[in-house]
Design a protein around this ligand. Structure first.
Ligand code: C5J
Length: 222
C-alpha cells in the first residue's frame, strides 16, 4: 500500500495493521429528537457527512480491511452513567430519559442505533462505550491487540468530543492515528477546525489528518 497523502506529512500505511474506526454515527447525534438535538444543536450538520463516511466504510470493506463501529450508550439501569455525566446537558431531556426515539443514549433503544446508511455488516465489531473515549471501559484495546492492529483511521462524530478523545487515548497507547477530514463533523464548525489543527500541529502531536479521496486511493492499492 502506498503512503497516504496527509498532514503534517505522509501517513506510512501498513495494510496488515490498519483499521477504520467509525465513531458514534448514531441517530441520537444526527436526528431530531435525539441527544444532540436535546442539547440545542443543529443536527443537520452531522447528516451531511454520511456520504463521505459511507465511501470510507465501503473502501475499507472492498480492500478487506477491518471496520470497527462505536456507539456511545449506557446500560438501561444507568449503572455505568456517573451522576457527573447525567446531571449536565439539557435540563429537560437527559441521558436515560424517554425521548421521541426511546430512552436517550440507552443500549438497545431506537435512537441509540447506528444510522441505517452506515449500519455494520455481519462480522464487523461494534463497541458500546459509556464514555467519550472508545478505550475507556471497553474491550477495544484487547481486540486491536489480538488482531495486530497498530494504525487507526478515524471517522465519525463529534470531531472535538468523542473522535478527538478516542484519538488521544489511542495515541497515548502507541497507535498511529489518521483523521479523515470530510468524514468527521461537529455541531460547531470552529471546533472541528480547531480539533483538526491541534491534532496535526507540532509534528503530528496526536496524529495525522487526510482527505477521504487520498485515503481511498491508497487503500485501493492495498
Ligand atoms: C458527544 C460524541 N458529543 N459522540 N458525543 O457527546 O461526540
Amino acid at each position: 500500500m502506498a503512503d497516504i497523502k496527509a498532514q503534517p506529512f505522509a501517513f506510512p500505511a501498513r495494510p496488515d495493521q490498519l483499521a477504520l474506526i467509525v465513531i458514534d454515527m448514531q441517530r441520537d447525534f444526527a436526528e431530531p429528537g435525539g441527544f444532540g438535538a436535546s442539547l440545542g444543536n443543529d443536527v443537520s450538520r452531522i447528516t451531511r457527512i454520511i456520504p463521505d463516511v459511507k465511501r470510507l466504510i465501503e473502501g475499507f470493506r472492498e480492500a478487506g480491511l477491518p471496520v470497527i463501529h462505536t456507539m456511545e450508550c449506557h446500560k438501561p439501569d444507568l449503572s455505568d452513567l456517573p451522576p457527573a455525566k447525567r446531571n449536565r446537558g439539557a435540563p429537560t431531556l437527559r441521558i436515560g430519559d424517554d425521548g421521541p426515539m426511546g430512552r436517550i443514549l440507552i443500549a438497545g433503544e431506537a435512537g441509540t442505533a447506528i444510522l441505517a446508511e452506515l449500519a455494520p455488516v455481519e462480522g464487523e465489531i461494534v463497541i458500546e462505550k459509556p464514555g467519550k473515549g472508545a478505550f475507556y471501559a471497553t474491550e477495544l484495546g484487547d481486540i486491536l491487540k489480538a488482531r495486530g492492529i497498530s494504525q487507526l483511521v478515524f471517522a465519525g462524530v463529534t470531531t472535538e468530543v468523542c473522535v478527538q478523545t478516542t484519538m488521544r487515548e489511542a495515541n497515548d497507547r502507541g497507535y498511529e492515528c489518521l483523521l479523515a477530514e470530510e468524514a468527521t463533523e461537529s455541531y460547531f464548525p470552529e471546533f472541528k477546525d480547531a480539533a483538526i489543527a491541534m491534532i496535526r500541529a507540532q509534528g503530528g502531536i496526536v496524529g495525522w489528518t487526510s482527505h477521504v479521496d487520498d485515503i481511498l486511493e491508497a487503500i485501493g492499492h492495498a
